[in-house]
Design a protein around this ligand. Structure first.
Ligand SMILES: [Zn+2]
Length: 414
């Protein structure tokens, strides 16, 4: 079976037209009118294929292809991504995974072949978490890690809750998926990093997602005049914070594979001629191995403790902001993707995802896996986000072939 490349590319353009910004780029923020229009577009195509459409209580959208003879409750294979976007997005992040999933389903439906277990397209709400925290809200709800109440009570900067927006837009449904016995989730996505492009490989075989740990560190000292206070009498929170930040950064030389970023630093009172009395900065630490991530977290805490010097009038306090454990994808799904790449005559590369995805959340309840295609310059979350038509087609074809393999399509025929 082969995807219809012109149809796939046309549909990516069609979806990108929904929420298109006059200055370029796309905006379909979660639970907005444009977001609903994007979801309706997917729903329209699912219904045109004769698939059963289900919408759950937070607005996640599913399209179900039943096996010959109607519903059975065994081992459904789910695949998809998300159609919400960041504020000024490109046309591929999320949309690629949903449009390619739609294409795969359309090819299978029109082939006349029916798998022995249900196939389910999934489009999860609010993956981006731009308007409403947390990100990956829809898959967290689906996985049972976030309650309906917590979703409904999330508020944007204007104080508008998800519940209010869902009611205004008639966004939510009441459908469940428990009868499908879903056991697998596969997501095609752009890499959003430079690895595949740098290595010149066609497709990424994603073996897991690195974990993440965020801290907020507050350093306090005392403000004083920058001209009159001798250097040895200062309790300079700025110098102390800068030294600590530099020491934390050195952890990346000491822990193989650690990514550590101090992306935000706020100085008080933030004036040119005043010694700062307080600095607040963030630490973003990531690693694919659970034990190594824990080691990094312990060392971050130790360095903060060592820098806490109340006897010198300099204190350091820290608090965790967020933590997501690393995940390894299921070997059965990873190997299905690797095999599909081989059979397509493409070059693959086994890699860890640097960014979080719905598949990461869903790996807690299903056998999960991901397929990456190269991102030019590693750019995403920006109108310049780009993959070539050929790369998009390769990704969709590998998705289709992986689904067929997971659904036990006779290999001699594929
Ligand atoms: Zn995405």
């Amino acid at each position: 079976m082969h995807i219809d490349a012109p149809r796939l590319l046309r549909r990516l353009d069609d979806l990108a037209a929904i929420g298109a910004l006059p200055e370029g780029g796309v905006q379909r923020l979660a639970f907005s009118d444009e977001d609903l229009a994007g979801r309706n577009w997917v729903q329209y195509h699912l219904e045109a294929l004769g698939l059963q459409v289900r919408i759950d209580e937070v607005g996640n959208l599913f399209g179900v292809l039943y096996p010959e003879g109607g519903p059975i409750d065994a081992g459904a294979i789910m695949f998809g991504s998300h159609t919400d976007t960041v504020g000024r997005a490109g046309r591929l992040d999320g949309s690629l995974g949903v449009v390619a999933a739609l294409e795969a389903l359309e090819v299978i439906v029109t082939s006349g072949w029916r798998p022995a277990r249900p196939l389910v397209l999934a489009s999860f709400v609010n993956e981006e978490g731009v308007r409403y925290m947390p990100d990956m809200m829809g898959s967290l709800f689906h996985a049972g890690d976030l309650s309906l109440e917590a979703v409904r009570e999330a508020r944007d900067r204007n104080g508008v809750s998800v519940g209010e927006e869902m009611d205004r837009l008639d966004y939510a449904g009441k459908d469940e998926l428990t009868d499908l016995g879903i056991d697998t989730f596969l997501e095609l996505h752009i890499e959003q990093g430079p690895v595949l492009e740098t290595l010149n490989r066609h497709v990424g075989i994603v073996t897991g997602v690195q974990g993440l740990s965020w801290f907020e560190v507050t350093v306090e000292g005392a403000s004083n005049h920058a001209g009159t206070t001798p250097m040895d009498l200062r309790r300079d929170a700025g110098k102390h914070a800068a030294d600590l930040a530099a020491r934390l950064r050195i952890l990346t030389d000491e822990i193989e594979g650690l990514r550590l970023t101090i992306g935000s630093m706020t100085w008080y009172p933030n004036l040119i001629n005043v010694i700062p009395d307080r600095v607040v900065f963030t630490v973003d630490a990531r690693h694919p191995d659970p034990a190594t991530l824990e080691d990094a977290e312990n060392r971050i805490r130790s360095l903060c403790t060592a820098a806490h010097r109340p006897e010198k009038g300099l204190t350091v306090a820290w608090k965790p902001l967020a933590r997501v454990a690393p995940c390894s994808f299921a070997s059965g799904v990873v190997e299905a993707v690797a095999d599909a790449i081989d059979r397509e005559g493409l070059t693959g590369h086994r890699m860890i995802s640097g960014a979080g995805h719905d598949a990461h959340i869903l790996s807690r309840c299903y056998r999960a896996g991901m397929i990456f295609i190269p991102s030019r310059g590693g750019v995403s979350h920006h109108p310049d986000e780009y993959s070539t038509d050929e790369q998009i087609i390769h990704g969709a074809q590998v998705l289709l072939r992986s689904i067929l393999s997971l659904a036990d399509y006779p290999t001699s025929a594929s």
